[in-house]
Design a binder for this molecule. Structure first.
Ligand SMILES: *Cc1c(COP(=O)(O)O)cnc(C)c1O
Length: 358
């Protein structure tokens, strides 16, 4: 508290990201980073930029990041996506922040699940957006009929975080038709690990905004690149907010790296499938140790142990150099969210848990 703070700052409750430890050698399964490095083409593209750094970094980057928007449109040409339907930002968190201000701030409260990405209520606080949470059902699934109330917009991750549960496209389509007056934001941070993208619905639905990131499936959490796809009317709203805030959002290295990542489909498919294979093995092993594991379509699993307290388990793992995420929140305080690591990392986790549970 300070007399110098604005009343807005007094009211804020900032998001607390997962720990980024200074210690090396830890098995880090707490923030859903990809255990594999990004495509070698990303590294080569950034190296090429750096070789010319003296000249290039003197200049502002392209404020519209046209190359990147073009790369995204090309990648999703099968869905009829054009460059005018793509908006890019510094990570999907920034894209989401713009969406809250540009598309979700209306008279009526917006809706999102009671168990969901914990950044959403933070943005509501920052941007003065009223919200109401809608409880997931007893299996942690989103029930579309529960959203049949007047609202200023709807947002949810698909697959959901931190549960990993997937909502089928048919359900999303039903929601879009039910609320033609509201924007529905589908946050697809994890969709590449087995989900079905709502990008297929963009063409038919002017109220759909799909938000995606290169942080998870493209192994580029450190580069900070995300994007949104929607009809140009929605993208124009995001552009208007962006150009009233920071008109040069992506730096030159980020644009170069992101374009290269999006262009390397074969590498992308290799790593995401490796994560999915490890996920299946990890789920089996956890169940073998007495965990209930929700079926996951993401690069993490959400699991609880019938007999052991989740906070105590997380602490015991931490002592053994393994970090997982535990949320002290209603309904999920006995769950752990565990990021899928390499098979070797998953093996260390299972060995440690076996020891702790013995
Ligand atoms: C990780 C994550 C994001 C943010 O990703 P960045 O692009 O790194 O900002 C957005 N939404 C959800 C649900 C996430 O889990």
């Amino acid at each position: 508290m300070s007399r110098y703070w604005s009343s807005l700052v007094h009211r804020l409750t900032p998001y607390i990201p997962g720990e980024q430890p200074k210690l090396s050698g830890l098995v880090k399964l707490n923030t859903n980073e990809n255990p594999y490095p990004p495509s070698p083409r990303v590294v080569a593209a950034i190296d090429a930029e750096l070789r010319n750094a003296g000249e290039l970094l003197r200049l502002y980057p392209d404020p519209a990041a046209e190359r990147l928007r073009e790369a995204v449109a090309t990648r999703f040409a099968d869905f009829g996506i054009t460059r005018e339907q793509v908006f890019v930002g510094n990570g999907s968190d920034e894209v989401l922040a713009h969406a809250f201000m540009a598309l979700l701030r209306h008279e009526l409260p917006i809706l999102f699940p009671d168990i969901s990405y914990s950044f959403y209520p933070v943005y509501c606080g920052l941007h003065d957006v009223a919200y109401a949470t809608v409880p997931l059902d007893e299996n942690f699934a989103i029930r579309i009929d529960d959203y049949a109330v007047p609202n200023g917009g709807i947002i949810f991750p698909n697959p959901n975080a931190p549960t990993g549960c997937l909502l089928p496209l048919s359900a999303i389509e039903r929601l879009l038709l039910m609320h033609r007056q509201s924007v529905v934001v589908v946050d697809e941070a994890y969709v590449d690990f087995g989900g079905e993208s709502a990008l297929a619905l963009v063409k038919e639905h002017p109220n759909l905004l799909v938000v995606r990131t290169l942080s998870k499936a493209h192994s580029l959490a450190g580069l900070r690149v995300g994007y949104a796809v929607g009809q140009s009317e929605l993208v124009e709203a995001l552009e208007r907010v962006k150009n009233s805030f920071n008109s040069y959002p992506l730096d030159r290295l980020a644009i170069a790296g992101a374009v290269a990542a999006i262009g390397d489909q074969a590498y992308f498919d290799g790593t995401r499938h490796a994560v999915m294979r490890s996920r299946a093995a990890l789920c089996d092993a956890l169940r073998g140790l007495g965990f209930e594991v929700l079926p996951s379509f993401a690069n993490f699993v959400f699991a609880r142990h019938g007999q052991r307290d989740a906070d105590a388990l997380a602490a015991a793992l931490r002592l053994r150099g393994i970090i997982v995420r535990h949320f002290k929140l209603p309904r999920i305080d006995q769950h752990l969210r565990i990021t899928i690591g390499t098979d070797a990392q998953c093996g260390l986790l299972i060995d440690a848990l076996r020891e702790i549970l013995a």
